[in-house]
Design a protein around this ligand. Structure first.
Ligand SMILES: [Zn+2]
Length: 253
């Protein structure tokens, strides 16, 4: 799903290449001045007064994090004017199940601004196969984190994919493309046959790219053993990020 306001802003500015998405310039058109300063307890904040506002972005964060944070604050400015909000890393990119609706709205605005579908989809479809490798290339092209990019692909519902974040062998949270049936709910802990399991418990194991595994490694559903899926898992600090590609039509109903 896209935020129509955000997409329209980029479209109306006549931007036709991802590298031309200058968020500071976009902010100015919305009446927002941007400052970059070291912040100790949050990633970004925005303070508005009338029709103008000042967004402060934590200059200690990684560049792509700063970019997403600014997009997120502009989302608050567009949708939640009149509130003053401090946003932390966990709010931004909507990690937790209990992420509040306002944070999700701001996240959606940010990803639509940074990866507008009219630019993102053609870039995505230029990749024959989806994988973390393709996600990283897209992330570089759009100056976003690989995580934000992967979630954008899931949210746009352009591929039958589920993103799962695994920590110490347990599913922490996940997000699935809209077309995949809700009957396919990832297990609390993926099986030892899954690559996520190996990456979680074997520090010497390196990511190996997409590979086929039985769907029952990830799902409890009664007929899971009859199907395969393609898993691409990578280790990111203490987590494992898994992309599960569910190509079989059985996953759609
Ligand atoms: Zn926020």
């Amino acid at each position: 799903m896209s935020d129509i306001h955000a997409e329209k802003i980029i479209y109306d500015l006549g931007i036709s290449r991802p590298e031309d998405i200058d968020l500071d310039a976009v902010a100015l058109t919305l009446g927002v001045k941007v400052k970059y300063e070291p912040l100790s307890d949050c990633d970004a904040l925005i303070v508005g007064h009338g029709e103008s506002a000042i967004a402060t972005i934590n200059s200690r964060s990684m560049p792509e994090r700063q970019r997403f944070s600014l997009g997120h604050e502009l989302g608050h400015w567009t949708h939640h004017k009149g509130h003053m909000l401090y946003c932390t890393q966990n709010d931004i990119e909507g990690h937790s199940d209990k992420a509040r609706e306002t944070e999700m709205v701001a996240d959606r605005f940010a990803s639509s601004l940074l990866m507008p579908s009219f630019l993102f989809k053609p870039a995505l479809f230029a990749h024959k196969k989806l994988s973390w490798k393709a996600v990283r290339e897209l992330a570089r092209e759009f100056e976003c984190s690989p995580l934000a990019t992967a979630l954008r692909i899931v949210d746009l519902n352009v591929a039958p994919v589920i993103f799962v974040c695994v920590e110490q062998g347990k599913r922490k949270w996940f997000r699935r493309a809209r077309d995949i049936s809700t009957a396919w709910f990832p297990k609390d802990s993926p099986d030892p046959e899954s690559y996520a399991f190996e990456l979680s418990f074997d520090p010497n194991k390196a990511a190996a790219g997409p590979r086929k595994v039985g769907a029952d490694a990830w799902f409890d559903r009664y007929n899971a053993a009859r199907f395969d899926l393609v898993e691409d898992s990578v280790r990111v600090v203490d987590s494992v990020y898994s992309l599960l590609f569910l190509e079989d039509e059985a996953f759609l109903d």
